[in-house]
Design a protein around this ligand. Structure first.
Ligand code: NAD
Ligand code: MG
Length: 337
């Protein structure tokens, strides 16, 4: 029927969830000529969006019933219940179960049925980028893994799915559920979300407590971080060093290691150990099941930090930022991690 030679050419794919990753996956796979239905809770916030994008939208149970591959792209903390109540009873014998993050399978919250293939395809970027790169004929690198290979074709399915996302145009790297889960958690905790935000807040507090204006402190420790991160992204630390002054470089060499010292690295190793031995995930599941009491408190503290109010005022005076933010909201899917 089709000239598509993908191992998924004749497969029906059910994408569950239509958020950051779900929307990008569904659109890219469809544009790659694959057969995609979207599974969502009736009345959920993204149902209309998926329909407006032209998808057939069904309840998760209806969507997975005749699917050959089910991509689980809901929030991690709802996946266990979704698997137990909907996927385990309704998925076809011998179908392929796909995740974009290995957390639930690696830490045993989900024990997939023995007849299923179980694979991972994780694009190394937020959904908006996965979609945008695909549309301009490029792709975001993907890492992939096989957890369970019942059909003998699990690897083919993972690679075909990654190709359908556009990832094969960029780079595909094989990993394991263990490696993907542990490194992803470590990155977001120690460096990206946790490390970077704590570093910025501490720098801001240091300057303000020393009597400097909060507005100036904001520009120095938060706003300008983007310029530095863009250079890292384009050409590593090498490129950053090429673009900053000799004075900035000398300060980097002598003061960077005073701030981020061996003690920081020792504590990073403790964070990694808590991730590896399951302590972090056990605590996170308990927190989620208790209704997120600490999560809400921690979040409020971040939102109430003085740097947020200063930043809000200053950003209102940088018109180009309004345009960028409007574009990101239209795109809508801004999360990483
Ligand atoms: P998201 O929060 O952006 O979207 C979740 C979607 O699931 C929404 O459409 C929501 O309505 C729907 N949903 C929620 N509960 C549901 C339920 N019970 N049944 C059906 N649908 C439900 O999520 P996301 O950030 O795209 O994350 C999805 C997966 O992708 C996670 O496993 C995450 O770890 C992984 N991941 C995310 C990123 C990223 O950049 N955001 C990157 C790589 C991997
Ligand atoms: Mg993550």
């Amino acid at each position: 029927m089709s000239t598509n030679t993908s191992p998924l050419a004749n497969a029906r794919i059910a994408v569950l969830g239509y958020g950051s990753q779900g929307r990008a996956h569904a659109l890219n796979l469809r544009d790659s000529g694959l057969d995609v239905v979207v599974g969502l809770r009736p009345g959920g916030p993204t149902w209309q969006k998926a329909e407006a994008d032209g998808f057939v939208v069904k309840t998760p149970a209806e969507a997975v019933k005749d699917a050959d591959l089910v991509a689980v792209l809901t929030p991690d903390m709802v996946q266990k219940q979704l698997y137990n109540e909907v996927l385990a009873p309704h998925m076809k014998q011998g179908a392929c179960l796909l995740f974009a993050h290995g957390l639930n399978v690696h830490f045993g919250m989900i024990a997939p049925r023995a007849d299923l293939d179980v694979v991972l395809v994780a694009p190394k970027g937020p959904g908006a980028l996965v979609r945008r790169e695909y549309e301009i004929g490029r792709g975001v690198p993907c890492i992939w893994a096989v957890y369970q290979d019942q059909s003998g074709k699990a690897k083919d399915y993972a690679l075909a799915y990654a190709a359908g996302l556009g990832g094969a145009r960029a780079n595909l790297i094989e990993t394991t559920f263990k490696e993907e889960t542990e490194t992803d958690l470590f990155g977001e905790q120690a460096v990206l979300c946790g490390g970077a935000s704590s570093l910025v807040q501490a720098g801001f507090e240091t300057l303000v407590e020393a009597g400097y204006q909060p507005e100036i402190a904001y520009y120095e420790v938060l706003h300008e971080l983007k310029l530095i991160v863009d250079l890292f992204y384009e050409g590593g630390i090498t490129r950053m060093l090429e673009f900053v002054s000799e004075t900035a470089q000398y300060g980097d060499y002598v003061s960077g290691p005073r701030v981020i010292d061996a003690g920081v690295k020792a504590r990073m190793k403790e964070v990694l150990k808590d991730i590896q031995d399951g302590t972090f995930t056990k605590n996170w599941v308990a927190e989620y099941e208790a209704g997120l009491p600490n999560y809400k408190k921690f979040k409020q503290a971040d939102l109430d930090h003085p740097i947020e109010a200063v930043g809000k005022q200053l950003r209102a005076k940088m018109v180009w930022l309004q345009a960028d933010a409007a574009q990101a909201d239209a795109a809508p899917l801004k999360k990483a991690g």
